[in-house]
Every structure is written in structure tokens, then in C-alpha cells.
Ligand binder design. Structure first.
Ligand SMILES: Cc1cc2nc3c(=O)[nH]c(=O)nc-3n(C[C@H](O)[C@H](O)[C@H](O)COP(=O)(O)OP(=O)(O)OC[C@H]3O[C@@H](n4cnc5c(N)ncnc54)[C@H](O)[C@@H]3O)c2cc1C
Ligand code: FES
Length: 270
């Protein structure tokens, strides 16, 4: 299979998450792509508009789930898709989160905004293999309650034994939950810093402060991984668009260990 040629996938499910964000379930039209590993991304082509990188948010056996926030021409075209519509898909590409982690590990997943999406396959993995891990802590932040992704699943995940905590930057009248930034949840969450794997994805500033909080709790730098973004074109290490220092993020990322990412987090614009 040519990694530069999109394969046709059909929208078989569409769920609005927020006013500008939708989750799409995609099934192969004919040919199917290889299975993904949690943390990887695909290149999704809106016919006649363009192609963008999107983290895989779920799916199995050749199906893919993606959560898309409409911010520009391509993502708005994807946001407008309806059941039965076709898209082109390439991939999956890039590095993964490294799950399953060793048995007995505590999993700490920290997501901000649309950065929650790439963590969701890890949530599915932890649910399917719950006894493998001691604590599974999921810390989610959003700007407002209306911006929270996957909110309909929170109760089910808590009932299944996940420690899922949510915070918003700005509350509305109906919000009885926590208000504040997501790194604040790290300070009080119940996990063993010496025996955890911490996976972080969100806006740059949120990742910086989350990592600072994880390090302050005593999490070793080598136990922290983050998902990083750069503009991408080819997705397979040919064009150089996604270069960040010595890395091509489509090939050496998007998931990068903190010891490698630390000096790059200082690079302006990230
Ligand atoms: C590895 C990876 C995984 C991603 N996963 C997801 C995902 O699961 N869901 C999702 O909704 N988006 C995801 N993105 C971001 C998505 O690719 C961009 O929003 C998209 O490329 C924007 O294209 P556009 O044509 O719609 O908008 P454009 O017209 O290209 O851009 C519109 C606005 O978005 C900004 N923008 C463009 N690209 C990015 C980017 N990569 N990151 C942040 N801001 C950007 C631009 O500066 C501009 O302000 C991911 C990006 C990468 C690199
Ligand atoms: S997107 Fe082309 S090299 Fe990474």
C-alpha cells in the first residue's frame, strides 16, 4: 500500500461534541488501513479541500474514530461531513504512547481541550485491561463546561474504576464542578509518582505547567510523555514541514518522551 495515496473511508457515525467539534466514526469503503497504536495519527483528506493530520481517538479492526475541531478550511469541511460521506485516509503514522505499560503501573492521563482526543484510545485500553493497572487517573481540562469532550462517557468511566477528574477555566451557572487550570488537578490526584506513566496532550502552555506539576510530585522525567504538534504535509518524513529541532514530528513524534522534548519546549511558537 502506497503511504502517500489516501484510502477511501465512509462516515458511519457522527456525534457533535461541542459547537465546533465533532467525533466521526470511519469504516473502510473497500480497502482498509493497518491498525493503529494509541498515540498515532492519520492524514485525513476532505475531497477538493485538503488534508490535515488528526490523532486517532478510537476504532478497531480497520475502523477509525477521529475528533475534529473546525478551525480552518479543511477541519471545517470535515466538521460538515454527514453519515455516508467519503473521506480519504492515510496512515496510521508516527510514534505511540507506549501502552500497554508494565503491569502494576499507575496511568496518569492529562488532556486539555482537543488534546483529550489522542488520550482516548489509552482510556479504552485501560478499561479493557483494568486489572493491569493500579490507579488509572484521567485529568481533563476545558475552557468552559460546553467545551468538554466525551462528557457523556464520564459517569461510565468512573463506575468502571477510573479516577476521572474534570476542571474548566470558566464556569457557567449550571456547573457544580471544579474551576481552575488542569495542572492544578495533578497536585492532588491519587497516584504513585515513582511507579507511573504520565501521558500529556494539550496546548503548549498547559503541557509546560502540567509537566512542572508532575516533576514537583516526583515523577521521573523518563516517565513523562507528551504529544507535540507541528504543521504537517506529507506525514511520512519527506517534506520537512514538521521539523522541530532534530526531530521530524511526523516520524519521531507526535509522542515524544519528556527528556527529548524538554529543550524543544523552549522553542518559540511551539
Ligand atoms: C499530530 C497532530 C495531531 C492532531 N490531531 C488533531 C485532532 O485529533 N483533532 C483536531 O481537531 N486537530 C488535530 N490537529 C490539528 C489539526 O491538524 C489542525 O487544526 C489542522 O491542520 C488545521 O487545518 P485547517 O485547514 O482546518 O486550518 P488552517 O487554515 O490550516 O488553520 C486554521 C488555524 O488553526 C491553526 N493551526 C493550523 N494547524 C495547526 C496545528 N497543527 N496545531 C494547532 N493549530 C493549528 C492555524 O494557525 C490557524 O490559526 C492535530 C495536528 C497534529 C500535527
Ligand atoms: S510532514 Fe513531511 S516531513 Fe513531517
Amino acid at each position: 500500500m502506497d503511504e502517500m495515496t489516501p484510502v477511501a473511508y465512509r462516515v458511519v457515525g457522527r456525534r457533535a461534541e461541542t459547537t465546533d467539534t465533532v467525533t466521526l466514526d470511519l469504516a473502510p469503503h473497500r480497502e482498509r488501513l493497518p491498525d493503529y497504536r494509541p498515540g498515532q495519527f492519520t492524514m485525513m483528506y476532505a475531497f477538493g479541500v485538503g488534508e490535515v493530520p488528526l490523532s486517532v481517538a478510537g476504532g478497531s479492526d480497520g475502523t477509525f474514530r477521529h475528533t475534529v475541531r473546525g478551525v480552518g478550511a479543511v477541519t471545517r469541511a470535515l466538521h460538515a461531513l454527514r453519515d455516508g460521506d467519503l473521506v480519504g485516509l492515510r496512515g496510521p503514522f508516527g510514534t505511540d504512547w507506549g501502552v500497554p505499560a508494565p503491569a502494576g503501573t499507575d496511568l496518569v492521563l492529562v488532556g486539555g481541550g482537543i488534546g483529550t482526543a489522542p488520550l482516548w484510545p489509552v482510556v479504552a485500553h485501560a478499561l479493557a485491561d483494568r486489572s493491569r493497572y493500579r490507579h488509572v487517573t484521567v485529568l481533563i481540562g476545558a475552557r468552559t463546561p460546553a467545551d468538554l469532550l466525551y462528557a457523556g462517557s464520564y459517569r461510565r468511566l468512573r463506575r468502571a474504576g477510573l479516577d476521572l477528574q474534570v476542571t474548566v477555566d470558566h464556569a457557567d451557572a449550571g456547573w457544580a464542578g471544579r474551576v481552575g487550570v488542569v495542572p492544578g488537578l495533578v497536585d492532588t490526584a491519587d497516584f504513585d509518582p515513582r511507579h507511573c506513566l504520565a501521558l500529556v496532550c494539550g496546548p503548549e502552555v498547559m503541557m509546560r505547567f502540567t509537566i512542572r506539576a508532575l516533576l514537583a510530585r516526583g515523577v521521573p522525567p523518563g516517565s513523562i510523555r507528551l504529544s507535540m504538534e507541528r504543521t504537517m504535509r506529507c506525514g511520512v518524513g519527506h517534506c520537512g514541514h514538521c521539523q522541530l529541532g532534530p526531530l521530524l514530528l511526523c516520524r519521531d513524534g507526535p509522542v515524544v518522551g519528556y527528556p527529548v522534548a524538554a529543550p524543544l519546549l523552549e522553542v518559540a511558537q511551539l
